[in-house]
Design a protein around this ligand. Sequence first.
Ligand SMILES: C[S@@+](CC[C@H](N)C(=O)[O-])C[C@H]1O[C@@H](n2cnc3c(N)ncnc32)[C@H](O)[C@@H]1O
Length: 311
Amino acid sequence: MHQLEISDLITAVDPHSGHRLPVRRAEVIRQLRESGDEHAARIVAGLPTDQDGVLDPYAVDRLLVSVHTELQRLNEELRTGERLVHLLGPLFTAIRSATGQPGPYRLVDVGCGLGYLVRWLATTNALGSDVELVGVDLDATLVGEADRLAREEGLDCRFVHGNAFGLPEAATVYVSTGVLHHFRGPALDEFFQAQAASAAHAFCHFDIAATRLAPLGAWIFHRARMRNPLGRHDGVVSARRAHSDETLLRAAEVPGIRALLYEPRGAVNPFCTTLRPVIGVRPHLEAPLRRVLGRDARRMVGPEHLAEATR
Ligand SMILES: C[S@@+](CC[C@H](N)C(=O)[O-])C[C@H]1O[C@@H](n2cnc3c(N)ncnc32)[C@H](O)[C@@H]1O
């Protein structure tokens, strides 16, 4: 079972300083071979290095920007922005009414990559002008490119290089797309605990729904829509690594947070590699959120629903 994404292995950053660390190509190839992924090892063998066998950081950056540009096209096609606003709009309405506090509120996109979501929200003003839009990523090149694109388009949003949970200002709502499956085991628990410990009112993280056919669907979709072999490879591996509903709800249900899943697995077409969110709200926000969602609130379930479904 191939479980490693190439893009996770070819860049390394010191988590404290944010500085880029050298990556040896032979070491990446060794890890991929060990995991049984000869195809991925061949992709990496084609990447340029210096005379010491260290991957050329500029070539790696160019490659990752081009893969993320293709990913942006996928997001446009899957209407990720609209899907997010379908939930984030009601979530901010519920926060406005429940807290009674005037804005500005702050949305922080964790691991924003090229910042497609934040730029889309800024272009459409879909959440209202009292919501400040911030994208954060540990990867300096991707977030730098996000910032450049936003300036070029004259958008009212901000991009920050660093750890999303180390920002000086608190987020009202943390969001992400395609990031959850990168956090495994204790790192997934810590991801949710960091948000529960912050002053945030809620979080809403979108990732591929783990269905039996999702990897096949991802293979067809990435084959049709992505040209880059690395992007195609990592797209399929992400679908395989997608967390189950149970794992997400268990990890997100931390003290001070009510965990909810929108469109749990049973409600979706198993062939579609749809993005669906795990939501966490401060407990007093659940009722107002359900009220604003109206009929759609039935599509949102808590951990007790899964317990019933497996009984
Ligand atoms: C697969 S990319 C997702 C990109 C983007 N959200 C999209 O949908 O195109 C995951 C990104 O998360 C970033 N990341 C992971 N943990 C982070 C953290 N704690 N703070 C900021 N960025 C983080 C990584 O640097 C990586 O660029």
